[in-house]
Design a binder for this molecule. Structure first.
Ligand SMILES: [Zn+2]
Length: 135
């Protein structure tokens, strides 16, 4: 009889880093991975909440520490991002009025705390334009 190992695989949201959509993984070679009962991130995919915001054409600005993430905000991968917890949502129509860079094609980007602070200062009351959530 051959041994098999079962573990839980999860999808992680690139925007809010929420783990969602669990799936059961079954693999002989995953013994080491599952031995201590850890869950394993199997893919980077939007969670239902962020997917809904994206469907309303909001762009996510995810607050990170650039230095600890090991690079410039443009090149940081979701799995390497050192998140500070802030997420700002900007409507894509508003994006071009605020920033002089094109709308990110995947609907999200990483920014430093200075950008989040700037957005808060610019639009303190326009909740239909930006929305901030702290996780
Ligand atoms: Zn999410």
């Amino acid at each position: 009889m051959t041994k098999s190992y079962v573990g839980i695989g999860i999808d992680r949201c690139p925007i809010c880093a929420t783990d969602h959509t669990e799936s059961v993984l079954l693999h002989k070679r995953m013994k080491e991975v599952f031995e201590d009962g850890n869950k394993v991130v199997v893919s980077i995919d939007l969670c239902p909440d962020c997917k809904a915001k994206r469907a309303e054409s909001y762009i996510a600005l995810v607050e990170i520490d650039e230095e600890k993430s090991g690079g410039y905000t443009e090149t940081i991968k979701p799995e390497n991002a050192w998140r500070l917890g802030g997420i700002a949502w900007v409507r894509s129509e508003a994006w071009t009025k605020i920033f002089d860079v094109p709308v990110p094609k995947d609907g999200m980007c990483f920014v430093g705390p200075d950008v989040i602070a700037m957005l808060e200062e610019m639009m303190p009351d326009e909740t239909d334009e930006t929305e901030r959530s702290k996780t």
